[in-house]
Design a protein around this ligand. Structure first.
Ligand code: CP
Length: 312
């Protein structure tokens, strides 16, 4: 199987074979980042531009490092000090980067669909690093890689996603990807933070967090997106923590070897208690490491025109 797509816009469009191809390519990339000298010449002569219209620590830094570890020329456009603040449109900004010779543009944007619009207007490949409430495909991929690495498979696992699904592009990418790879996906959270259409996505919706966590193999806790909340969707943060936060007592209802994931950044003491976040079942720091590896695999496949052997 070869990678043939120009762009990576979401997991909804990908086949299970395409998802598995990226996950399979991630393992050798992880070997590279665990070496003393984390550098291979694979993408020498290729350029990767980060275009982030929203804040990011993990995604932006890991795309930058992923490109550098593969010897690509990487550059991050600081949108707040760019001509975007003078009113330049997304398409004009994209075309400007395109004619400078960009091979891959990684974009995060507050508007769902912005990466698609960009991809339709530039020659460079476009990678979606999170768009509005739509998708965050590389987060979904790194979550799946982390689960597969720990559990050996995704097929047949019960994965519970907790929290603010309404505003979560992470949840959507996880749901599309996990269901394609054969997981049973459950969601739970305040009913005001549950979007319509979840059942049509193949997801089981629970009213009580305890029922959703019971017997789960994986619990993926979403961040309460304080910057996107409208007033009145839940009473207070303290109330949210009491009713919906993942604490040790609730985690005890899951399988004894259940994994705890969180995409970060965490609101400690709100959606996840510090004991759980830092506890033995948490794989949150491994998710971050795997994020670099999965982004290396994505850049490699997209720039490599379907090459599948990673030079050692
Ligand atoms: N998980 C995630 O997207 O984190 P950042 O916003 O820090 O990139």
């Amino acid at each position: 199987m070869k990678w043939t797509r120009k762009d990576l816009l979401g997991l909804q469009d990908l086949s299970s074979d395409e998802i598995n191809l990226i996950l399979d390519q991630t393992a050798p990339m992880k070997d590279i980042i665990q070496r003393d000298i984390k550098k291979v010449p694979t993408l020498r002569g290729k350029s990767v531009i980060n275009l982030f219209y929203e804040p990011s620590t993990r995604t932006r830094t890991s795309f930058e490092l992923a490109g550098k570890y593969l010897s690509a020329d990487t550059s991050s456009l600081a949108v707040s000090t760019s001509s975007v603040v003078k009113g330049e449109s997304l398409i004009d900004t994209g075309k400007t980067i395109d004619v400078m010779g960009a091979d891959i543009v990684v974009i995060r944007h507050q508007a769902s669909g912005a990466p698609l619009l960009l991809s339709q207007n530039i020659k460079a490949s476009v990678v979606n690093a999170g768009d509005g409430f739509h998708e965050h495909p590389t987060q979904g991929l790194l979550d799946m890689f982390t689960i597969r690495e720990k559990k050996g498979t995704i097929q047949g696992l019960t994965v519970t996603i907790l929290g603010d699904v309404l505003h979560s592009r992470v949840a959507r990418s996880n749901i599309w990807g996990l269901t394609k790879l054969g997981a049973k996906v459950r969601v739970a959270g305040p009913s005001t933070l549950m979007p319509p259409g979840l059942a049509e996505m193949g997801v089981e919706v629970f009213n009580r967090i305890e029922d959703a966590v019971a017997g789960a193999d994986v619990v993926n806790v979403l961040r309460i997106q304080l910057e996107r909340q409208q007033k009145g969707l839940f009473p207070t943060l303290r109330e949210y923590a009491r009713l919906f936060g993942l604490n040790q007592a609730r985690l005890a209802l899951a399988q004894p070897d259940a994994l705890v994931l969180h995409p970060g950044p965490m609101n400690r003491g709100v959606e996840i208690s510090p004991e759980v976040a830092d506890g033995p079942q948490s794989v949150i720091t491994e998710q971050v490491t795997n994020g670099v590896a999965v982004r290396m695999a994505v850049l490699y496949l997209m720039a490599g025109g379907g090459l599948v052997d990673v030079p050692r």
